[in-house]
Ligand binder design. Sequence first.
Ligand SMILES: Nc1ncnc2c1ncn2[C@@H]1O[C@H](COP(=O)(O)OP(=O)(O)OP(=O)(O)O)[C@@H](O)[C@H]1O
Length: 241
Amino acid sequence: MNVLTSAVLHLDDVTRVHGDGVLAVNALRGVTFTARPGELVAVMGPSGSGKSTLLNLAGGLDTPSTGRVVIEGTDLNTLDGAGRARVRRTSVGYVFQDYNLIPALTAAENVALPRELDGDSRRDAREAALVALERVGITELADRFPDEMSGGQQQRVAIARAVVGERRLILADEPTGALDTETGEEVLRVLRDFCDAGAAGVLVTHEARHAAWADRVVYLRDGLVVDESGASVGVGAQVLR
Ligand SMILES: Nc1ncnc2c1ncn2[C@@H]1O[C@H](COP(=O)(O)OP(=O)(O)OP(=O)(O)O)[C@@H](O)[C@H]1O
């Protein structure tokens, strides 16, 4: 099968230079990367290796200097800013270390927001939010505000917000960084479940233990993919599940 039609995310020989002249930094230097439906791919590497740059490009928040980013068959280079924003709203969900929930909105309202921004009626958006909250196992917290929830519960809300409306690409940047070990593992299990149900996930992490939930690990150094491991980590993921 053609990689561009089978992949949810495909980066094709992508470079990204930040700044110019003597201050130019080659954050990515020709990276090819694919995440397919059902797959959770961990991205690891030292500080400054290009992990955040890769995630920002993957989500259409940044544009490559050269190369292509293709999401669900659409080459983002062919879109204008509004087109990229639409792909972000409909195909891509982000999960951040610090949850990024809106404090004045309840869990259901936070999750419903992307749907409302995309034109759903308030009622349809709430219905979609309740489905997403059920999938992360916290329906009963729908009407609580973020400061009435634990960190792990807030991160589940953030994951529900990332997937609401059938978005199929989940980009997670150190999603367990603010959580204790046990809660962090529960959050990774939720991410894993979404990928098992057909989404594609990209998980940036510093911890090998967390990368064990992934099907593959891609190691970056100085803006290049220096190693990719599949089989052994895949076995780890099977054991953990
Ligand atoms: N907006 C920017 N302007 C200039 N340089 C940048 C910018 N963003 C990133 N860089 C540089 O690009 C390189 C890659 O940065 P990036 O944030 O992608 O790395 P990272 O692997 O995510 O690091 P960390 O683990 O510390 O978050 C680094 O040298 C960084 O200093």
